[in-house]
Design a protein around this ligand. Structure first.
Ligand SMILES: CC(C)(COP(=O)(O)OP(=O)(O)OC[C@H]1O[C@@H](n2cnc3c(N)ncnc32)[C@H](O)[C@@H]1OP(=O)(O)O)[C@@H](O)C(=O)NCCC(=O)NCCS
Length: 337
């Protein structure tokens, strides 16, 4: 008999965390073969720590006491308080029995009870998740392409040469553990460029963004994700002209994830993107010797970023979609299922 129950990883037994890991790795092996399996390191922290004004909840599906599925839900904070983000998977040998649907229903009811209007999730092209979410009223919103760099194939002399290629008037600084407090305001301004900010609220948003970055760095560390940041500084003004961010997860230390790479528009065309990324790779090689691959994402059609990535040896890998549905549509799809 399948039972769904709420689960708190922070206080769960070690055996439950172990079972979670087993089922998650089974799903990876079935759906995205070749991806590095996760490890136990800091996994409990990864599953339970949140940003200060966000809230996580989770449910397990069990068949006669054996874990066969999981859904985690994050009620977002800041400027996203209408959205709940979920991550859901079921054990490959227990699929097409309605378990995924039951877990989704638990998450949707909880989202509705907390006045969330939208549920969103990230999915990888070519996995069964596409049909599952489409059957529950979800539609794609954002599509991105990931690229992978295998560090064993990197020409380090060439990367060293690229890391030193910088226009006059700029210099590079590298910060293991995130940008220092003194740079945070300017760093936040640079990050705001990729966010949709109403012009009238820019001042307020800049302060808000700095707080959000501070919170987000604290949360990354609490979840066992080690941050590294490389910044291009416009030397005359001392302002951040560009940045690139990367994390190494304790639970998957052989694969680093490169997050945002941003060059502020007035500083584009000076090769800062390539120089920063090259510099970050060199630093990573020394600081995290176990990293075998680096994964990065770019919007489909972002030719400039693709070129920078290709020049460093990144190869296009997969497409990732954000799928989103009104909470009411998900609940309705369960009623008519
Ligand atoms: C998506 C997923 C959660 C579905 O779990 P499930 O327990 O099989 O889901 P359900 O049995 O409740 O399926 C409900 C409906 O979704 C659709 N669906 C689910 N899987 C499908 C598939 N492989 N092909 C087509 N439709 C599918 C069907 O409409 C299904 O209803 P039906 O069986 O009556 O036709 C599961 O396949 C999964 O864990 N996928 C991988 C998750 C992941 O992210 N992996 C990568 C890293 S871990």
């Amino acid at each position: 008999m399948v039972r769904i129950r709420e689960w708190a990883p922070a206080t769960a037994s070690d055996a439950e965390i172990d079972a979670w890991l087993r089922v998650y790795n089974a799903a990876i092996a079935a759906d995205v073969p070749g991806e590095p399996p996760w490890r136990r390191d800091r996994l409990r922290d990864y599953l339970s720590a949140t940003m200060p004004n966000e809230r996580r909840a989770a449910w397990l599906a069990e068949d006669h006491g054996e874990l066969i599925g999981y859904v985690g839900e994050n009620l977002l904070g800041y400027d996203m308080t209408g959205t709940a983000v979920i991550e859901l998977f079921t054990e490959p040998s227990h699929r097409r029995r309605g378990v995924g649907g039951e877990l989704l229903a638990a998450a949707a009811r909880h989202a509705a009870a907390h006045d969330r209007e939208l549920i969103s999730t990230e999915i990888v092209e070519g996995t069964p998740t596409v049909d599952f979410y489409a059957a529950h009223g979800f539609r794609p919103t954002v599509v991105e392409e990931s690229s992978l760099l295998s560090l064993s194939t990197v020409d380090w002399d060439a990367v060293t040469e690229k890391s030193g290629r910088i226009g006059a008037g700029y210099h590079i600084e590298h910060f293991p553990d995130g940008p220092p407090e003194t740079l945070l305001a300017s760093y936040a301004d640079a990050k705001l460029i990729t966010r949709h900010t109403p012009v009238a609220d820019v001042e307020w948003h800049a302060g808000f963004e700095a707080d959000r970055i501070r919170d987000s760095l604290r949360t990354l560390r609490a979840r066992g994700l080690r941050p590294y940041v490389t910044v291009a500084i416009h030397t005359a003004s001392g302002e951040v002209a560009g940045l690139t961010e990367l994390v190494v997860p304790a639970h998957r230390p052989d694969r680093a994830d490169q997050y945002d790479t941003i060059v502020v528009p007035e500083h584009r065309g000076y090769g800062l993107g390539l120089t920063m990324k090259a510099r970050l790779l060199l630093a990573l090689r020394t600081a995290e010797r176990q990293v075998a691959t680096v994964q990065t994402w770019q919007p489909v059609g972002d030719e400039q970023m693709l070129r920078v990535n290709a020049e460093l040896g990144f190869r296009p890998h997969r497409r990732w979609y954000d799928y989103e549905a009104p909470v009411s549509a998900v609940i309705e799809s369960r009623r008519t299922a």
